[in-house]
Design a binder for this molecule. Structure first.
Ligand SMILES: *Cc1c(COP(=O)(O)O)cnc(C)c1O
Length: 394
């Protein structure tokens, strides 16, 4: 106990996400690039936006990146680009951030929420199959917490039923998916189209709002480039109803600097995850996150998991009491997500049956996400893990 006391007073304050610490290491480069944009006055659609777009295309190995204003817009615009019509059914996970289902509903498509896998937290393949009807037009897998959904199975279902796949890659940027034959692809380049978010706390975050759409389909990319710009393909000719959704040049300048470090950032996250896993090893009531079953996502060289969140399941213990205890000890933590989407007022639907959501209904009671960012040190991880272990063992 005395040890913990001593550690907690000499230690750097623990943050859920340490944006300041990360910025301080790239400050000179970021400041000079931002000042350059200010001086250029090319605030909208300036050269920095195009440079970043090109560099992100190269990094991902995807033919088209279309920057936009945020990750929620990116999802909405992807669905608009595919030409989905009111009443079309779109299947997505019950256990995700609300943005995913929000845009489906906003476009007057019909959201069909399905349960997730208890190990990976990602959309359940059998539940997708069960939810398909003649009205189903698309599936939206979310690479939750930084690990790819089972894309091979999802693409097979989509092909069989002639459905679009829209990857919500807001949490998975930089992670690599490996097919059963060993082929690899970056998250967000496998479906027909994908969206991502550059919200500051995301793995590739800017200093405001930002997002992007990815696709290998050049025709779809063309359609989408018009949609983000008021439906214009020729100046002042509005061919379709569009939106105004842009990534500004200052954010693009910052993102371009951080993109060069994305693999290092994700490596640092995996390193923290490895230290967490090691500390919790052998504690029966704590289930650590699972990557690809062979490596749990934490090996040195594989990037199947980029740990947007490091999320434990706490069994047979009072998760909410643990949250309270951690907060009292100065350890921030989060519960992502505390309420299944199918039980949210905005998304309730009489056709849902509780028996179809047993996993999500259980996860919302068990999950807790620990501090996860690029600046965590050993002392902080030791303090966090020992505090949790003492709590669950007491
Ligand atoms: C963050 C997030 C979004 C939305 O991104 P914004 O840039 O905040 O609009 C969408 N889906 C998921 C899964 C997210 O985590």
């Amino acid at each position: 106990m005395l040890m913990n006391f001593v550690i907690s007073y000499s230690m750097k304050k623990i943050q859920m996400v340490d944006l300041k610490g990360q910025y301080s290491k790239i400050k000179a480069e970021v400041d000079s690039s931002v000042l350059e944009v200010l001086d250029s006055t090319a605030y909208i659609n300036g050269p920095k936006v195009h440079e970043f777009q090109k560099n992100l295309e190269d990094y991902l190995g995807v033919k088209n990146v279309i920057p936009c204003a945020n990750g929620t817009d990116a999802l909405q615009i992807a669905m608009m680009g595919l030409g989905l019509k009111p009443g079309d059914e779109v299947i997505t996970a019950d256990f995700t951030f609300a943005a995913t289902v929000e845009v489906i509903a906003l476009l007057q498509l019909t959201p069909v929420l399905v349960d997730v896998d208890p190990i990976t937290f990602n959309i359940d393949i059998d539940a997708i199959k069960k939810a398909i009807t003649p009205k189903t037009k698309a599936i939206v897998p979310v690479h939750l917490f930084g690990m790819c959904a089972n894309m091979e199975a999802i693409m097979n279902i989509a092909e069989e039923h002639n459905l679009f796949v829209i990857e919500d890659n807001a949490q998975g940027i930089g992670s690599t998916y490996t097919y059963s034959d060993g082929r690899k692809a970056k998250a967000g380049t496998i479906g027909h189209v994908a969206s991502t978010s550059f919200f500051p706390s995301k793995n590739l975050g800017c200093y405001g709002d930002g997002g992007a759409i990815f696709t290998n389909d050049d025709d779809l990319a063309h359609t989408i480039r018009g949609i983000v710009n008021h439906g214009m393909y020729e100046r002042y000719h509005h061919d379709v109803v569009g939106v105004n959704s842009r990534l500004d040049s200052i954010q693009a300048a910052i993102l371009d600097i951080k993109l060069k470090r994305l693999d290092t950032y994700n490596f640092e996250r995996r390193k923290a995850a490895r230290a967490y896993n090691k500390a919790f090893n052998g504690i029966d009531s704590i289930i650590t996150p699972s990557g690809k079953s062979s490596c749990q996502g934490i090996c040195e060289n594989c990037d199947c998991h980029v740990f947007h969140q490091y999320t434990l399941k706490i069994l047979n213990a009072d998760r909410d009491a643990l949250v309270k205890h951690l907060n009292e000890q100065g350890i921030p933590c989060g519960v992502y997500y505390p309420i299944p989407l199918h039980l949210q007022k905005a998304y309730k639907d009489s056709r849902y049956n509780e028996a179809d959501f047993t996993v999500t209904n259980q996860l919302v009671k068990e999950v807790i996400s620990l501090p996860m960012h690029t600046e965590l040190d050993d002392e902080q991880i030791e303090f966090i893990t020992s505090t949790i272990i003492n709590f669950v063992n007491s």
